[in-house]
Design a protein around this ligand. Sequence first.
Ligand code: XMP
Length: 496
Amino acid sequence: MADDRPFTSKLGDGSLALTFDDVLLLPGRSKVEPSAVGTLTQITERVMCTIPIISAAMDTVTEAKMAIAMAQAGGLGVIHKNMPVKIQAEMVQRAKRHESFIIRDVFTIPPDLSAGEAKRIMDERGISGIPVVDKENRLIGILTLRDLRFIDDPYLSVSELMTKDVVTVDDEISMEGARKLLQEHRIEKLPIINGEKRVTGLITVKDLEKRTEHAHATRDEDGHLVIAAAVGPFDKARAKALDRAGADIVFIDCAHAHNMNVVSSFKKIMKEVGCELVIGNIATAEAAEDLIAAGARTLKVGIGAGSICTTRVVAGIGVPQLQAIAAVADVAAENGAFVIADGGIRYSGDIAKALAAGADTVMLGHMLAGTGESPGDEVIIGGRRFKRYRGMGSLGAMKVSADRYFQDSSDSSKLVPEGVEGAVPFRGPVGDVIFQQMGGVKSAMGYVGAADIKEMKSVSRFVRISPHGTAESHPHDILITNEAPNYFTTDSVRHA
Ligand code: XMP
C-alpha cells in the first residue's frame, strides 16, 4: 500500500533507535554468584545448547573444524555455503561423524575385497577398523589395522585376514555397558547388530573417549554433535542435500528475509526437509510477525550491524542492533519463537545486552574469525599475527556466491558489494575466546541478579548513556601496556 504521509511524519515520532554502546545494564539486587549461573538456552525447538553462542555462516569463520569446536564447547557452528553443495554436505557429514557414542551410518566392506584396497580405505577415511558384511549386510567379521599389520601381499582377501570372532551388542547397550565390554575384551570397536545379525551401529573407544572430554557439548539424541549449515534464500536443492547429509539445522541465509519471495521459498523448503530451519536476517517487528505466520520458529536478527557490513552506508538500510533485537524478541516471546542476535558484537558485555534485550543466542563473526579453528592460515601484518576476515557481501565473497544479496555472481563486474574484506588479530583457540566471553556474560548475570538466561531477559534493566558515558566505560587516561584476553588495544583504537 502506498504511504502518502507527509515527509516529516515519515521520520516517526522522534524516538531514537539504540544499540549496544548506547546503553548499560543496571546492577540489580542480586543473590546470584557468576559461578553459579546456568547458561542453558534454546536455538530451535529441538536444539538446546549450554552456551548462547553460534559461529557465523561466513567463509572466513565456519567450516567443519569450527562447527565441531563450537558444538564441543556447547554452542553451534553454521557451515557457510560459499562452496559446491557436495563439499558442504561432506563437511556436514564429517562433523556429524566426528564424535558420537553410536555411529549409525556404519561404513562396511565385503569379504572379497583385497587387503590393499581395505588398507587404502582405512587410510583415506582415518578409521582403524571396519565391519565386514555379506551381501545381506549380515556381520561376518571385523577387519582392523592389527589384522593388516604384517601383511605383505596386498591381494589377500579380507575374508582371510579378518577377525571372525566378533564381540557384538544390540541397540539397548548403554554407554557404561559399552565401555565395560571394550575394556574387558581389550577391543576398539563394538558393532551393534539386530536379530538378523545385520549391522545397525558401531561403538568405538575413540568416540567414547571424546564424549567424556566434552561433557557439555551440543548433541543430538544419538550423541552426535549438532551441526548446522547455511543455504541461499532460494536454494531448495542445497537445503535438501544438507538435510540428507545429516544437518540438524539449515539456516536460510539472506540479507533481507522480509522479502516475500524469500518467505514463500522458506515455506517450500520447510515442506521438503526433515531438519529444523532458521530464517534471517530481519530487523523489525513486522518481519518477525510475517515470518512467524509463515511457520518460522527461530528468527535471526541483524541488518547492517556486522563489523564487515556496509549495507547501512551502501543502501542506507538497517536498524541499530539492540533495538532490532528487542523489537523482534517482543514478537517472538508472544509466539514462543526463538531469537538469534546476529552481528555487531564486540565485547562480552554486548552478548549480555543482547540476551537482556530478549535474544536466546548470539551469532559471532568478527570475534571468532581470528581463532585457530576458522578457515585459512594466519597472515603476518606489521609483525603481528592476523587472520583474514571478510563479509559475505564483500566483492571477494560475492564472486563465489551472491544470492544472499539477491545478486548474480556470474559477472563479477556487475556486483555491488555490501561488505568489506580485511583481517583481524589472531586470537588463539576458540575455546579460550569462548571462555572469556562466557566469563563476561556470567559476570553480567551476577550483577543483574539473573540465575539463568530466562531470568536475564526478565529481570535486567537498561539505562541509556551519553557519549561521555561511553567514553568513560572504556579504559581511559592510560597507555595499555599488557593486553587483556577480553579487551584489545585494536578495539580501543576504534574509540579513540
Ligand atoms: P560480526 O559483527 O560478528 O557480524 O562480524 C557477523 C554477521 O554479519 C553479517 N554479514 C554481513 N552483513 N554485509 C553485511 O551487510 C556483509 O558482507 C556481511 N557478511 C556477513 C552476517 O549476518 C554475519 O553473521
